[in-house]
Design a protein around this ligand. Structure first.
Ligand SMILES: [Zn+2]
Length: 310
């Protein structure tokens, strides 16, 4: 049966009441996840930011919503870092019953200004996947630039183009962006600052956010290696984790991409396939649940407890 606006609203009210009554905490307390619940966030927005003023707004959670999500994760699940996961995979530790890993894609500055203080206050680890070229040149990500000029619908056709067409016509000349713009990315110094917060790992998301499947092996290698080198220079740490731009398995990247990641020294990579990341998954194709702005804290708790397939 299709969900009507009324049943949607009613469901929302019920879930909120269940969260407030401690129902999800009790239900989750009795459960064990079939793998790691990796949450995929992008940017964050101040609570007083005007609605409807930026493209892809649903990828930028309100600060208070994100904080409420973090409390759900801390109070009902077992937050882990990628290093905790690595230790479990190496056999030197065990994963807790309800492991949750928080991740952010793209490298938005709001992850530092809004997200990092919340993560620190609640002692939550996270991984942040950064596009290095835009950070270095203080530019908008190509899809934010295209959407600002032609609307969100103008973005999708570019994802079908060959890298060699897309790079000079679209990605290379995006607008400069001021630090106070909600679409601004981190600066190199801020990538370093973020990397110094205990529990935060910086990973690569390529240099320019291409659809890797539409690039040659040499172009893919350049995008990945350039980004890793820049991030290692800024943070002074090895970069071993990767998130595929757009992230659909075998659509947005290929077998070649996976081989390149292994060859370049990465040890884990994340897709956008919405599932628990189980132990039998390949290390370079870890599943993730995308989390968007309309997901309330109660809805997140509901999904963790019931809605996500296990
Ligand atoms: Zn991305």
């Amino acid at each position: 049966m299709p969900q009507t606006p009324l049943s949607f609203a009613a469901g929302r009210i019920v879930k909120h009441a269940l969260l407030a009554a401690g129902h999800y905490r009790r239900a989750l307390g009795r459960s064990r996840f079939p793998g790691v619940a990796v949450l995929g966030y992008h940017g964050l927005r101040r609570d007083d930011a005007a609605a409807g003023t930026m493209a892809f707004e649903n990828l930028h959670l309100r600060a208070s919503t994100f904080e409420a999500h973090c409390r759900v994760v801390r109070d009902t699940c077992d937050p882990i870092s990628i290093d905790d996961w690595r230790a479990a995979l190496a056999g030197s530790a065990r994963l807790p019953p309800r492991p949750v890993l928080i991740t952010f894609d793209d490298g938005y500055r709001s992850v530092l200004t809004i997200g990092a203080p919340v993560l620190k206050a609640l002692a939550l680890p996270a991984a942040v996947f950064v596009c290095s070229d835009l950070v270095e040149r203080r530019r908008l990500l190509w899809f934010d630039d295209v959407a600002a000029r032609g609307g969100e619908s103008a973005v999708e056709p570019w994802k079908a183009r060959d890298y060699a067409d897309w790079l000079p016509a679209c990605a290379q000349h995006t607008q400069e962006v001021g630090l106070d713009d909600p679409r601004a990315l981190l600066t190199p110094a801020e990538v370093r600052e973020l990397s110094l917060q205990p529990g935060i790992e910086i990973g690569s998301h390529t240099a320019r956010h291409p659809i890797l499947a539409h690039a040659t092996a040499a172009e893919q290698r350049a995008e990945i290696a350039e980004s890793r080198a820049a991030l290692e220079r800024w943070t002074g740490r090895p970069v071993r984790a990767f998130a595929y731009p757009n992230g659909r398995p075998r659509v947005d990247y290929t077998e070649t991409t996976i081989a390149l990641l292994a060859e370049l020294g990465f040890d884990i990579a994340f897709t956008t396939r919405p599932a628990f990341a189980t132990s039998d998954e390949p290390a370079f194709e870890r599943s993730r649940f995308l989390v968007v702005a309309e997901v309330t804290a109660a809805e997140l708790a509901h999904r963790l407890a019931y809605a996500w397939d296990r």
